[in-house]
Design a protein around this ligand. Structure first.
Ligand code: PLP
Length: 397
């Protein structure tokens, strides 16, 4: 059967694929340690679960307005004011079925054939495919570890052409954990405003940030850039609510109402009871958020130190999110049983087959010298897993 070329132009999410492969091997009885997961290993806080249970018991189980209930829009508006000093109206906010859905919908309403969208790399695996599905072309701006994995204003300016529609920023970043300072964002905003392109800022890791680093979103840098910015956020990462599927966007009304129109013809509203849970997440006590971040920070310190202690490996210290993106090119060229390891995919395959450790090859994020490890797992598993990697690297000849 001939499928539409649209679906043949993309690949399945690599991170989801690796997680499911690792789970399948575990189910077969293999002792796999998974570093693939893109979600917190904590449970959703109780007060949030209770809000959802109450919604069920109250019969809040019917269609809601397509773009989200007013109560949730108001909670989002209050959050954006409180945390980001941003002012939005209800008509400038829309709730979707997870931030990934928000990003997909934004791409569908903003981009088309002939457009270019700038994506700094290393990038989150889904950006490029979401852009391709819209018909537009992703334009990758490669950042380096020496620049802290951050795009400079010059790099951004050089990538802009007459076809450029938007740039996507993600800070703290998945996969590197790199986090832009307010000054760095202001310098990028100057280029964005001068060139008149849009900026989509994916702030889902806002709350998972370390060393007292103050989070800033580019939309808050000036009124001019706010007019060109769409803020994307959600409850998945901050509140350990990945399964609930609630994400949102705030931005110019014309864009936001187009997203709601699109949703009216595909998903309709996000799940009613999950919306009630998200209201509680945003309005309720925030202690669990900082508790999780502090725990992630401890794990980051352990995993970065352990990786850097492996000869041939060098690991950038993230300022946020829950991933490390170490450079393994120092071990490339060595081999196992005559099979050379020369790419991140070779390395990930070798680690899974010989060390029972699942990692994501860096090529999926645009950088083949690296692999991504999630440290959203227990300290014990992190330590044992990195020890296995260390042994496996030692066994290469
Ligand atoms: C996890 C993630 C998302 C999507 O989160 P949802 O669960 O869809 O809300 C978006 N962007 C990045 C960078 C992520 O890591």
């Amino acid at each position: 059967m001939n499928l539409a070329s649209r679906i043949n132009s993309i690949k399945p999410s690599a991170t989801l694929a690796i997680t499911s492969k690792a789970n399948a091997l575990k189910a077969e009885g293999r002792d796999i340690i998974g570093f693939g997961a893109g979600e917190p290993d904590f449970d959703t806080p109780d007060h949030i679960k209770k809000a959802a249970i109450k919604a069920i018991n109250d019969g809040f189980t019917k269609y809601t307005p397509v773009g989200g209930i007013e109560e949730l829009k108001d909670a989002i508006i209050a959050k954006l004011k409180r945390d980001n000093n941003l002012t939005y109206k209800r008509s400038e906010t829309v709730v979707s079925c997870g931030a990934k859905h928000t990003l997909y919908n934004l791409a569908q309403v903003l981009f088309q054939e002939g457009d270019e969208v700038i994506v700094p790399s290393p990038y989150w695996v889904s950006y490029t495919d979401i852009i391709i599905l819209s018909g537009a072309k992703p334009v990758i701006v490669k950042t380096s570890v020496s620049a802290g994995f951050k795009m400079t204003p010059n790099q951004l300016e050089n990538a802009i052409t007459t076809r450029t529609k938007a740039v996507i920023l993600n800070s703290p970043s998945n996969p590197t954990g790199a986090t832009y300072t307010r000054e760095e964002l202001a310098a990028l905003a100057e280029v964005i405003v001068r060139k008149g392109i849009l900026v989509i800022t994916d702030d889902v890791y806002e709350k998972i940030i370390y060393d007292g680093f103050p989070f800033s979103t580019i939309a808050s840098v000036s009124e001019e850039v706010k007019g060109l910015a769409v803020v994307v956020n959600g409850v998945s990462k901050a509140y350990a609510m990945t399964g609930w599927r609630i994400g949102y966007a705030a931005g110019p009304e014309q864009i936001i109402s187009a997203v709601a129109k699109l949703q009216s013809q595909n998903t309709s509203n996000p799940t009613s009871i999950a919306q009630k849970a998200a209201v509680e997440a945003l309005n309720g006590p925030q202690d669990s958020v900082s508790d999780m971040a502090r725990e992630f920070e401890k794990r980051r310190d352990i995993i970065v130190a352990a990786l850097n202690a492996i000869p041939g490996v060098s690991c950038f210290k993230p300022q946020g999110a829950f991933y490390v993106f170490p450079d393994f090119s120092g071990v490339f060229g060595r081999s196992c049983k005559g099979k050379p390891i020369s790419t991140s995919t070779d390395l990930a395959t070798y680690l899974l087959d010989e060390a029972n450790v699942a990692v994501v090859p860096g090529i999926e994020f645009g950088h083949d010298a690296f692999i991504r490890l999630s440290y959203a797992s227990s300290m014990k598993l992190i330590q044992t897993g990195v020890e296995r990697i260390r042994e496996a690297v030692k066994n290469l000849s």
